[in-house]
Design a protein around this ligand. Structure first.
Ligand code: G3H
Ligand code: ZN
Length: 286
């Protein structure tokens, strides 16, 4: 059934576990993520990014409706999250489209501008009953940008600044920059676990890891143990999808029916979803 991101995160955090949030680009992503979660009987977040909305001609509803319908049909709890929103206009379409949560991303702005924009987004979101995540520090690799130098000043989240940011903005969760980067196709990111521990001690809101596709299994487990409550995964599914489609088409160059190779891609994504949820689960996970 359809549930809320807030409920899933609260449940995961209480079990010292994390909820997996997978990025949706196509209908097959929706189907695969739900099938993968069903196969391990786990809750999951379906998240749609502003970039994915742009891909669908700026229309949020096709993916939102597909995700809502899949959530209502399945036995596992599924929440809908709007991811990396920069546009005010898109933000304001979230509630009507069935999303229970949004990530408002003003992390590219200087601190005070990020705070002011995030505070305004929080006021609106809470008025709509939406749970809202924001970002402080910079997780690199967005929109095709190269991975940031994670040691560059300002790239990582500073615990004292984060404490003030959370208190002054009123956000429900914070995406932290601790060494992961978006769109990595190798799993080679090394996380700063000392920093994560300091962030976790300084903040009383759930922490979110972005760019998790590039983070190896043992590092993901350590991040969950260190206080990460939501793990965002996108690229790993696209690697699975594209790899399976490429393999299928290479083996059968005469194929024209997209259902044959999309089915192979969907299966590969579902397997990746199940595997990664398994990595994030701890004993006692609901
Ligand atoms: O918000 C989405 C995630 O941070 C996905 O990052 O594609 O590198 O796994 P990823
Ligand atoms: Zn992200």
């Amino acid at each position: 059934p359809l549930t809320t991101t807030g409920a899933l995160i609260t449940g995961a955090a209480a079990a010292d576990s994390a909820v997996a949030a997978f990025n949706v680009i196509t209908l097959e992503h929706v189907e695969a993520i739900v099938a993968g979660a069903e196969s391990v009987a786990a809750p999951v977040v379906l998240q749609v990014s502003e970039n994915a909305v742009k891909f669908h001609d700026g229309d949020l509803l096709p993916l939102a409706r597909a995700a809502s319908a899949a959530a209502e049909r399945t036995a596992v709890p599924v929440a809908l999250h709007l991811d990396h929103v920069r546009s005010e206009d898109l933000l304001r379409r979230a509630a009507d489209a069935g999303f229970s949560s949004v990530m408002y991303d003003a992390s590219r702005l200087p601190y005070l501008d990020n705070l002011a924009a995030t505070h305004a987004a929080v006021e609106w979101a809470h008025g709509q009953g939406l749970w809202i995540e924001a970002e402080l520090g910079q997780v690199g690799g967005k929109n095709g940008a190269p991975p940031l130098d994670a040691h560059a000043p300002g790239a990582r989240t500073d615990p004292e600044e984060a404490r003030a940011f959370v208190a002054d903005s009123g956000v429900d969760a914070l995406a932290v920059a601790i060494g992961s980067s978006h769109a990595m196709t190798t799993r080679t990111a090394a996380l700063d676990h000392v920093l994560l521990k300091r962030l976790s001690a300084a903040l009383d809101v759930p922490l979110v890891l972005h760019g998790s596709s590039g983070v190896p299994d043992d590092e993901l487990r350590a991040a969950v143990a260190g206080g990460i409550a939501k793990v965002n995964i996108g690229t790993a599914l696209n690697i699975a999808l594209t790899g399976a489609v490429r393999e299928h088409l290479a083996a059968r160059p005469d194929v024209v029916d997209p259902r044959t190779y999309l089915a192979a891609g969907r299966t590969a994504m579902a397997e990746t979803v199940a595997r990664l949820i398994g990595v994030l689960r701890t004993e006692g996970t609901p």
